[in-house]
Design a binder for this molecule. Structure first.
Ligand SMILES: Nc1ncnc2c1ncn2[C@@H]1O[C@H](COP(=O)(O)OP(=O)(O)OP(=O)(O)O)[C@@H](O)[C@H]1O
Length: 607
């Protein structure tokens, strides 16, 4: 299983939230408007108890005219309506920017994922990337639209409310403030514990998503081998682990909430005793006591929600840390600051340099090791020169590094030593996009996207014409597309029609051909074809790609024979290059490899 790098918890809450700044900046005025609206709602809510205090002190006494009573009631009702209006206004202000910000961050992440090298994707499990781009960003949106604003507003409301309480009675105010001490102490413990447990739960949710994805992708294998129960058991264990973490998270929050809710209640009970004593000793008016308790009642909600909002803020910090883990991953395969123009060996002007002009391909002392095994190079001191327009077959036993070598040519990985030249220029000195438009590759595992046959084949084509489509399909012997329900407009891929392995390979090959590359790299793209079709395709390729430099990984003598020359890869290096006949005559290793291709499996091998 892929294990992405989980960064240690080194960032502070402020440090992480600060990184939202550039994303928030375009919407700062609207978010500020939302904050003001929420603040106004809080202040209006606080004004209601004051009006009630006035009511008790100055209005409610024997002989009060009904009109005065109606006036006060009307004021309370208007204040209530105003509070509701400001809450509505907050939503209007923040919902659009928060959802836009979420979409932008998501698109930014996707763009970054597209740019990151294959070595990054080798390490990171898809479920982790999925949960970071979906759940973590939804969490951030909810926090921004509600949590952040309400956290600030609740804090301000509590501070203002405390001021109001002090103005009613400083003794009661001090009592209320003393209640904050256990809450503050508790919140430190809460912060540390909640941070750990919320990170754990978000990571485990990502692992679970990976688990679902792998099981769905491998459903045929699980069914065929009767391993459904095992997969279910594995999933259940992970789901249970996540559930336990969620419970632990809820318990942590619950324990904190218990303190944050019960302490003010206890303080209020003590306040009632003290307040009554103060009223009896005429150090406080009845109206003042009513206003104090009404304010405390209004503060009960922000005090309670501040705990929840703190939890939400820490969970958002975790979500953002997870998001930036990916955004901070450095793209190691980039264009140089000043790329050289693609060298046009035919001597034409750059404008005339069509992408279908062939180029020479040369590997000079190339070595390569995967990032997770830097001390075990797959390729060592590889030297190989493919002339413009030449077809070079690459032959070697399984696991000898043929695919690794192929993937170096379009810079899916970078060499760890030596260099690869296109028309004499190091790939790393050329613009990356240019390299990838000049080099096209077809893999053994053909990946098709949920789209039409046409879109899949013309994915990298410089001209998306009918002629280019037909030509590529013809060379790849993919005439089966005419039999599909809607021909080239038939939807294929995960959301469309399923194709056989050989059909998929031919479409993948057609895609590489339609790109009209200068260098075509074919990493065993014919392995799923029957021998006759493979021969036909190889023959077509020879005719159609006369001007295209081709490096083809071959597993069948029929393909090798049609190549101009063959290179033998052994122990991570090219040990011999020559025509098929020359190699057969002089190289015992080559004869071994070729005969292993031809040999029918023995009874033991079959069993
Ligand atoms: N991402 C990776 N990280 C580490 N090692 C890898 C990675 N991908 C492949 N390898 C290893 O590199 C070696 C060469 O693999 P490669 O796929 O290039 O061989 P190959 O010659 O194309 O094999 P085959 O003919 O079976 O396709 C293998 O030992 C393989 O296990």
């Amino acid at each position: 299983m892929k294990t992405e790098s989980r960064t240690a918890e080194t960032t502070t809450l402020f440090g992480t939230l600060k990184r939202l700044g550039p994303f928030v900046k375009p919407y700062s005025w609207r978010l500020f408007g939302g904050f003001l609206a929420a603040l106004a709602a809080g202040i209006v809510a606080l004004a209601i108890p004051q009006v009630m205090g006035e009511l008790v002190n100055n209005v409610l006494h024997p002989g009060t005219p009904t009109s005065a009573l109606l006036w006060v009631t009307a004021i309370v009702a208007v204040l209530g309506a105003l509070e509701a209006f400001f809450i509505y206004l907050r939503r209007v202000f923040v919902i659009t920017p928060a959802s836009l910000l979420e979409a932008e961050m998501r698109i930014g992440l996707f763009k970054h994922l597209q740019q990151l090298p294959v070595s990054f994707h080798d390490k990171w499990a898809s479920g982790q990337l999925l949960s970071r781009s979906m759940a973590d960003l939804s969490h951030t949106r909810r926090w921004l639209a509600f949590g952040a604003i309400m956290f600030v507003v609740s804090t301000v409301t509590i501070i203002v409310g405390l001021g109001v309480m002090f103005s009613s009675s400083w003794i009661l105010g001090v009592l209320y403030l003393l209640g904050a001490i256990p809450v503050v102490i508790r919140s430190f413990y809460f912060r540390n514990r909640f941070r750990v447990v919320s990170r754990l739960s978000q990571d485990q949710a990502g692992d679970l998503a990976t688990n679902v994805e792998e099981s769905v992708q491998g459903i045929r294998v699980l069914k065929a081998f009767g391993r459904g129960q095992e997969a279910l058991d594995g999933f259940e264990t992970r789901a249970q682990t996540l559930r336990e973490t969620e419970i632990s998270k809820a318990k942590t929050l619950g324990a904190f909430l218990a303190v944050i809710v019960s302490v003010p209640e206890i303080v209020l009970a003590l306040g009632l005793i003290l307040g009554t004593w103060l009223v009896v000793h005429q150090q406080l008016t009845v109206g003042g006591l009513v206003a104090f308790f009404a304010t405390a009642a209004v503060l009960a909600r922000p005090v309670e929600s501040v705990g929840m909002l703190l939890g939400m803020t820490f969970a958002t910090k975790t979500a953002l840390d997870r998001y930036f883990d990916v955004r901070d991953s450095v793209n190691t395969i980039t264009s140089p600051a000043q790329p050289k123009p693609f060298p046009d060996v035919d001597g034409g002007t750059p404008a005339a340099a069509s992408s279908s002009k062939s180029a020479s391909l040369e590997l000079q002392n190339v070595s390569f090791a995967f990032a997770d095994a830097p001390d075990a190079p797959i390729l060592k001191d590889v030297n190989l020169a493919v002339r413009p327009g030449e077809t070079m077959a690459l032959v070697g036993v399984t696991g000898s590094g043929k695919s690794a070598l192929c993937e170096l040519v379009p810079r899916l990985y970078d060499v760890t030593g030596g260099r690869i030249l296109l028309n004499g220029v190091d790939l790393r000195e050329l613009d990356l996009e240019t390299v990838r438009s000049r080099v096209s590759i077809a893999f053994e595992d053909s990946i098709l996207f949920s789209s039409t046959v046409r879109d899949n084949v013309l994915l990298g084509a410089p001209e998306r014409t009918e002629a280019a489509l037909k030509e590529a399909l013809a060379v790849a012997e993919a005439d089966f597309v005419n039999e599909l329900p809607e021909g080239v407009n038939t939807m294929i891929g995960e959301q469309g029609l399923s194709l056989s392995g050989g059909q998929r390979q031919r479409l993948s090959l057609a895609r590489a051909i339609a790109a009209k590359p200068s260098v075509l790299v074919l990493d065993d793209p014919l392995s799923a074809l029957d021998v006759r079709t493979e021969e036909k395709v190889t023959e077509n390729l020879r005719v159609a790609l006369q001007r295209t430099t081709t490096l083809i990984v071959a597993h069948r003598p029929s393909t090798v024979v049609l190549a101009d020359r063959v290179a033998l890869l052994k122990d991570g290096t090219i040990v011999d290059v020559g025509t098929h006949a020359e190699m057969l005559a002089r190289n015992a290793d080559y004869r071994d490899v070729i005969s292993s291709f031809e040999q029918a499996p023995t009874v033991e091998e079959v069993l």
